[in-house]
Design a protein around this ligand. Sequence first.
Ligand SMILES: NC(=O)c1ccc[n+]([C@@H]2O[C@H](COP(=O)([O-])OP(=O)(O)OC[C@H]3O[C@@H](n4cnc5c(N)ncnc54)[C@H](O)[C@@H]3O)[C@@H](O)[C@H]2O)c1
Length: 315
Amino acid sequence: MKKRILIIGASGQIGTELTMYLRGIYGNHKVIASDIAEAADEVMKSGPFEILDAMDYDAIQDVVISYEITDVYLMAAMLSATAEKFPMKAWDLNMNSLFNVLNLAKEGKIDKIFWPSSIAVFGPTTPKQDTPQQTIMEPSTVYGISKQTGERWCEYYHNKYGVDVRSIRYPGLISYKTQPGGGTTDYAVDIYHKALKHNKYICFLNEETTLPMMFMDDAIRATVNVMLAAPEDVKIRNAYNLAAMSFNPQEITASIQKHIPDFKIEYNPDFRQEIADSWPQTIDDKAARKDWGWEHKVDLDEMTKIMLDNLKGEY
Ligand SMILES: NC(=O)c1ccc[n+]([C@@H]2O[C@H](COP(=O)([O-])OP(=O)(O)OC[C@H]3O[C@@H](n4cnc5c(N)ncnc54)[C@H](O)[C@@H]3O)[C@@H](O)[C@H]2O)c1
């Protein structure tokens, strides 16, 4: 059967770029974008779009049947910083949306699922350097607890019911096309906008907060590649560690100053500091590299150049 893809949460930071990338591969009308909110113009105008609530099993099933969907990418979620403000809502959305797609696959209505996990599955007791694929995981945030629980359920549905679900623990993702959606690594996008607009940025994390990060193009490629891998090569069915670069606010500032020498940063840490302090600094992603050939392409200085080149027209 020919592939037909449904993206749930297609209007968000990742969903927007993922939709356009998948439309480029499979054809515009084969990739159905959906969200509770309308997407960017390029998504709305290039192919099918449905208003769809990830919490509504029947509505998802209707879309799956009417478009003969084979693969679902579930990108709807409440992110780390917002989830700390609305714990029960975050738990409801992050868990029930996942159960909805897992159950559709269990019932044989779809073939394959992509569901993103996060470095937030790790916690303060996890080794912070070269964090292994398998290690201590005691997440201290609502978001992290929901992602870790989600991982357990993905593996369970795979082992018990043969559901073909694939997942990656994304680091902080940086893009120039769409604004981030309420995560703890959002500063690494905002800093480029403020550098161009005001020559100055006030950072909500302190200067030494090193976190794993990735340019969006690398993350989209990883997402599609893990979905294209032969099932037997996807040996890990909770979620793969994935890494590209790690940096702190001081280092991204130095990278920006190579292009904007008088750019200045000030630090005013807020509640997100505690979240960031609970996460790893560097990630060991050997398993993804070995099992399905993951390779990152973009490092910090290259990303800075791409971000500034693409954003400077806006300011
Ligand atoms: N962006 C990152 O740095 C990052 C890092 C790690 C993991 N992730 C994960 O990747 C996924 C996508 O993240 P993102 O950054 O694109 O998030 P985002 O907040 O930018 O986008 C999420 C989208 O989901 C939609 N949505 C919310 N509730 C919905 C509902 N009930 N039904 C349908 N759609 C709904 C929102 O309208 C939004 O467009 C999430 O699972 C997130 O946890 C993201």
